[in-house]
Design a protein around this ligand. Structure first.
Ligand code: NDP
Ligand code: 8X3
Length: 254
């Protein structure tokens, strides 16, 4: 029986997509978001035998589109229980003095402002229900700053701060708030960071067993299925081979 509705940003790929697949198996009604409508349609088709799926194609950077998309939800999808703030990416890996302003704008606009726009549109629904669950996807980059990570790390430190702020400000409304901070997860993330350079992207995950999107989906599912009185506020999860942002025990490879 379907008894919860989840709103997932960044559902077209990686962690968001894997969470959608797992939530569908657990009979959670889904609102799947992303810019690439063809991927949303494909996923909707795949998951519709398991649960009800509604798709919303919008860019989280555009507040008017965010508001319009959420206002357009049909009645049976409008009571949102779980918000997964997952849409985000890194753009570039260069020293601050060489950084591109366009990349900085994109990371701040998507990872920080996009998360805020979506949250602002959905929090009133949760307040009205005196119930809800917000899961913010941060990163190991929310806890540490590493060479050439500058603005991406800053954007994820902001997610960490906003997660704490939501815990405080939403406390009177019985809304649970959690952040998951993954280390290296093998997704399209590095392809985006390196602007389509597949060779460079694949190097990131060579010689060790990186986390997979399904590992993070599993953790998200664990977090949102705790009893009503339990809130896991913050979780840092690494591949076994990774000690921190810069120490990785790689096997030698050709
Ligand atoms: P992917 O590149 O696979 O997925 C990113 C998702 O974000 C896509 O679904 C994309 O959808 C969406 N997205 C990006 N920009 C926008 C935008 N402007 N508007 C709407 N949606 C957008 O990467 P991951 O799954 O790895 O990343 C998911 C989250 O996990 C991100 O917040 C990332 O920072 C974080 N993370 C990733 C780690 C990793 O090593 N992979 C580690 C730690 C955290 P579309 O392009 O269709 O719009
Ligand atoms: C993604 C992990 O180490 O590339 O957030 O910042 S890292």
């Amino acid at each position: 029986m379907i008894n919860k509705t989840a709103f997932i940003t960044g559902a077209t790929s990686g962690i968001g997509k894997a969470t959608a697949v797992l939530f569908a198996k657990n009979n959670i009604r889904l609102i799947l978001c992303g810019r690439r409508k063809e991927l949303l349609l494909k996923l909707q088709k795949e998951l519709s035998s398991d649960t009800d799926v509604h798709i919303l194609s919008f860019d989280v950077r555009d507040n008017a589109s965010v508001k319009k998309a959420i206002a357009s939800l049909p009645a049976n999808f409008s009571d949102i229980d779980i918000l997964l703030n997952n849409a985000g990416n890194a753009h570039g890996l260069v020293s601050i003095q060489d950084g591109l302003v366009d990349d900085w704008d994109t990371m701040i606009d998507v990872n920080v402002k996009g998360l805020l726009y979506v949250s602002k549109a959905i929090i009133p629904i949760m307040i009205a229900n005196n119930s809800g669950f917000i899961v913010n996807i941060g990163s190991i980059a929310a806890k540490e700053v590493y060479p050439k990570g500058n603005v991406y790390c800053a954007s994820k430190h902001a997610v960490d701060a906003l997660n704490k702020a939501m815990r405080i400000d939403l406390n009177p409304y019985n809304i649970r708030v959690s952040a998951i901070h993954p280390g290296a997860v093998e997704t399209a993330f590095s392809e985006v960071r390196f602007k389509g350079d597949e060779k460079k992207a694949s190097e990131v995950y060579k010689g060790f067993d990186a986390l997979q999107a399904e590992d993070i989906a599993d953790i998200i599912n664990f977090v949102v299925t705790r009893p009503a009185h339990v809130n896991i506020e913050d979780l840092l999860v690494y591949p076994t081979a990774q000690a921190n942002t810069t120490i990785l025990n790689r096997r030698s490879y050709d």
